[in-house]
Design a protein. Structure first.
Length: 576
C-alpha cells in the first residue's frame, strides 16, 4: 500500500518531472530490496509469512522514511505553488557520492595531505587560481573547502592534491601512486562509479606529465579507456528518452510506469565534453586512442552551456571544443588510415578539400580575433588547428615532389597551393611558439599536458618542413636549418628561466620532474636531426626523397607513429 499511496500522491501533486523520476527510482530501489522479497508476479502482494529483520534492515527502513519525506516535500511544494528552480549549479551540492574509505591507502594519502591542514588549503588555492582556468571542464565552487570536497567527492579531492603539489615533485609521485591505487580499488574492485570519480580522472589526466614515469608509458591509454567506461556507465553519452521494455535490461521495468532519463546537468555536460576533448587532442598530437569522439550530441551540449553561460569559462570551453571538432573532421578526411590516394584525381579532390577546410579554419580565427581578450591557450589551440591542416603539404601522394625525374611534374596550381600551405604552416608554428615564449612562468608551471603536446607537435612538424624546403619555388619563404635551431634554443632558454623563477616563489615550486634537462635534450635532438639532413643533402640533387606524411625518409625524419616516442623521450629524459 505504501507504493500505491506514493504513486497516487505523485501523479496527483507532483509538478517537478525530474524530482518525480528521482522518487520513482527510489521506489524501484525499495522494491528490489530483500526486505520486500519482490517478485515480478508479486507486484502488490506482501509475503504472508513472517520474515525476521535481517542485517541492514534499519538502513532500508530509513530509506522508506526518506522516500516518504521526499514525496511530502513534493506535495508541499505543489500545494504552496513553490516549484523547485531548475538546476544550473556547477556542482549539485548534497550527500556524498562515494562511501568514505578507511583503507590503508586512504589513510596513507590523508596522512600526507589532511584536508584541514594549511597545505591542503594552499594546494586548493593554487589549483583554483592558476590551474582550473586552463581546464574549464571541471568547475569547483569557490566556497568549497578541502574538507567539503573530500566529504562529497573524495577522489576529486585526491586528484586536486596530486596535480597541485608543485612544491615537492617526489611527494607528488607518491600521491599519484596512491591515487591510482584507490581509483582502481573503487572503480574495478568495489564497483563504485560516480561523477566525482570521472571528474577526478579528468583532472589527473589533464596534468598527466606531472606524474608520468618511464615505466608508465601505457598508463595514459588505460586511464583514458577507464574514463570512457565511466561515461558509459553513468550514461553521460546518452540524451533523455523514454525507456522501453524491449531494450536491453527492460525486464526491470515490468510493473513500473514508463520513465525517462533525467536531463543532463551542466556539470555532466562539461565532464563529458572534457573526456571528448582530451581524446581529440591526443589523436591530433600524440596518439590516436580508439574510443569516443565528438558526435551529433556535442552541439546540443555546447548549446545548453552557451544558453546558461553560468561561468565565463564556459565560453572558453565551447571554443576549445569547436576547434577540436573541426580538427576531428580534418583528421577523418585527410589523415585516416582508410583514406588512400589512388591517383591524380583523388589527390586533386583532397587538395580541394584542404582549401575548403582552410575557409573553416579562417572562420574560427575570425571568431577568436573578435574576442577582446582571447585566452592565450585558445589562440595556441587555434594555431595547432592550422598546423594540423597545413601539414598535409608534406604528403607527397597529394603534392608530388617538384624535383623528381620519374613522374610527370605536378600542375603549377598544385605547386602554388603546396607553397601556400607550407608558408601558412610555418606562420602558425611561429605564432604558437611565440605564445609559449610570452607566457608568464606561473602559467607554464601549471600548463596542462595537452598544451605541451600541442607545442611538441609544432616542433615535430617544424622539423619535417626542413625535408621539403628545397622543393619550394620560393626558397626565401621557407625557413633555414638555423631557424629551427633558433626555435629550439629559445624554448630551452624559456624553460631555464621558468625553472629559475619557480625557485624564487614562496613556497618554492618547480617544473615536473619529466622536464629535467628537457631543454638540453631538445637542442641535442634538433642538432641530430639537422646533421642527418646535411648528411642526406646529396639525395636532393636529382631525385628528392619521399617525404610524404606517413612516408617520410627515415634518414631525415621520423614517422607520424613515432611522434609519441619523441615527446615521451623528451618527457622522460631518455636519450634519442
Amino acid at each position: 500500500m505504501l507504493f500505491l499511496n506514493l504513486a497516487v500522491r505523485l501523479d496527483r501533486d507532483s509538478r517537478d518531472a525530474e524530482f518525480t523520476v528521482s522518487v520513482w527510482t527510489d521506489i524501484y530501489g525499495l522494491i528490489q530490496s530483500e526486505s520486500y522479497h519482490w517478485k515480478p508476479y508479486q507486484r502488490f502482494v506482501r509475503p504472508t509469512r513472517f520474515i525476521p529483520p535481517q542485517e541492514g534492515w534499519r538502513e532500508k527502513h530509513g530509506d522508506t522514511l526518506r522516500l516518504e519525506s521526499k514525496v511530502d516535500s513534493v506535495t508541499d511544494a505543489s500545494s504552496g505553488g513553490n516549484i523547485p528552480a531548475p538546476h544550473f549549479n556547477s556542482w549539485t551540492r548534497g550527500p556524498a557520492e562515494e562511501t568514505p574509505s578507511t583503507s590503508p591507502v586512504a589513510l596513507a594519502f590523508l596522512s600526507r595531505v589532511p584536508p584541514e591542514s594549511q597545505r591542503a588549503f594552499s594546494i586548493l588555492h593554487l589549483y583554483q587560481t592558476e590551474m582550473a582556468p586552463m581546464f574549464p571542464f571541471v568547475i569547483i565552487p569557490p566556497d568549497m573547502t578541502p574538507s567539503d570536497i573530500l566529504a562529497e567527492k573524495p577522489l576529486l579531492y585526491w586528484a586536486i592534491m596530486v596535480v597541485g603539489c608543485q612544491d615537492d615533485v617526489d611527494e607528488q609521485l607518491v600521491l599519484a601512486d596512491l591515487y591510482r591505487e584507490e581509483l582502481s580499488s573503487k572503480a574495478l574492485v568495489k564497483g563504485e562509479t560516480t561523477l566525482g570519480s570521472l571528474q577526478s580522472l579528468l583532472i589527473y589526466l589533464a596534468w598527466n606529465h606531472n606524474h608520468v614515469k618511464v615505466s608508465s608509458q601505457i598508463q595514459l591509454p588505460l586511464l583514458l579507456h577507464l574514463a570512457f567506461a565511466l561515461v558509459v556507465i553513468l550514461e553521460l553519452n546518452k540524451e533523455p528518452r523514454p525507456r522501453i521494455k524491449t531494450e536491453l535490461g527492460g525486464l526491470r521495468l515490468l510493473g513500473l510506469l514508463p520513465q525517462s532519463m533525467p536531463e543532463k546537468t551542466l556539470e555532466e555536460r562539461r565532464t563529458l565534453l572534457g573526456v571528448l576533448w582530451i581524446c581529440s587532442v591526443l589523436a591530433t598530437t600524440i596518439k590516436d586512442v580508439p574510443g569516443m569522439r565528438f558526435d551529433a550530441l556535442t552541439d546540443h551540449h555546447c548549446a545548453a552551456l552557451e544558453t546558461a553561460m553560468q561561468f565565463s569559462s564556459d565560453r572558453y570551453l565551447i571554443r576549445l571544443v569547436r576547434i577540436q571538432q573541426l580538427a576531428e573532421t580534418i583528421r577523418a578526411t585527410l589523415y585516416d588510415d582508410a583514406v588512400v590516394v589512388t591517383g591524380p584525381g583523388m589527390a586533386a579532390a583532397i587538395a580541394t578539400a584542404v582549401s575548403s577546410f582552410d575557409n573553416d579554419v579562417k572562420r574560427i580565427g575570425g571568431m577568436i580575433s573578435a574576442d577582446p581578450t582571447p585566452e592565450p591557450l585558445m589562440r595556441m589551440s587555434y594555431h595547432m588547428l592550422q598546423i594540423y591542416l597545413y601539414k598535409v603539404a608534406l604528403d607527397s601522394n597529394i603534392f608530388p615532389s617538384t624535383r623528381t625525374g620519374t613522374t610527370p611534374p605536378p600542375s603549377s596550381d598544385r605547386i602554388v597551393k603546396r607553397n601556400q600551405f607550407l608558408v601558412s604552416c610555418l606562420a602558425a608554428i611561429e605564432a604558437s611558439t611565440e605564445i609559449f615564449l610570452a607566457m608568464p612562468p606561473t602559467l607554464i608551471l601549471s600548463l596542462p599536458y595537452y598544451h605541451w603536446a600541442q607545442l611538441g607537435q609544432a616542433i615535430v612538424v617544424l622539423s619535417r618542413i626542413l625535408t621539403v624546403r628545397r622543393e619550394c619555388v620560393d626558397f626565401g619563404l621557407i625557413m633555414s636549418v638555423s631557424t629551427f635551431l633558433d626555435t629550439t634554443a629559445k624554448i630551452k632558454d624559456k624553460l631555464d628561466a621558468v625553472a629559475a623563477s619557480a625557485a624564487t616563489i614562496t613556497p618554492a615550486r618547480r617544473l615536473p620532474r619529466v622536464f629535467d634537462n628537457l631543454g638540453i635534450v631538445l637542442v641535442e635532438a634538433s642538432r641530430s636531426i639537422t646533421e642527418s639532413l646535411e648528411d642526406a643533402s646529396g639525395s636532393f640533387g636529382s631525385a628528392t626523397r619521399d617525404v610524404g606524411d606517413g612516408a617520410l625518409s627515415e634518414a631525415t625524419m621520423l614517422l607520424d607513429g613515432d611522434i609519441e616516442a619523441i615527446l615521451f623521450t623528451l618527457f622522460t629524459n631518455e636519450q634519442l
